[in-house]
Write a protein that binds this ligand. Sequence first.
Ligand code: 4NP
Length: 152
Amino acid sequence: MPKTKILMVCLGNICRSPLAEGILRSKLDDKNFEVDSVGTGSWHVGNSPDARSIKVGAKHNIDISHLRGRQLSKEDLEKFDHIYVMDQNNLDDVLEMTTTDEQKRKVLMVLDAVFPTEKVDVPDPYNGTIEDFERVYEMLEEASNVIAKQLA
Ligand code: 4NP
């Protein structure tokens, strides 16, 4: 059986989506699932996650220090089965890159898992405090619990 492939997407791929990748991966069996993350922007390609995301992850036993920034490509839209974005801007940017209805159907807001009808963003914590990163962690943890159950 091929692995089910899941992609987490944010703007920079250094704050939210690396945490989302680490959290969801910790809840899924790596024999059956592949989890990756990317940014819609290119500023942080090759960079480590933000030190605050690494710190909040480590506090919860999620090590994301080895991850490196990567930018979303057209190939990703074909390769991945499920694409979860953090906010409405990411959703618009990803949908703009899609070329087929099948690709469009793969793309969901990650918090749709918790608030299916409300279009809730995971707020960008880049200019915020460590408490903002902790709140991001908690939102992603809750969403990942639901997503892991849906996929398993
Ligand atoms: P992320 O946060 O999208 O959660 O990784 C950001 C990181 C960097 C920038 C914006 C958002 N930036 O503009 O460099």
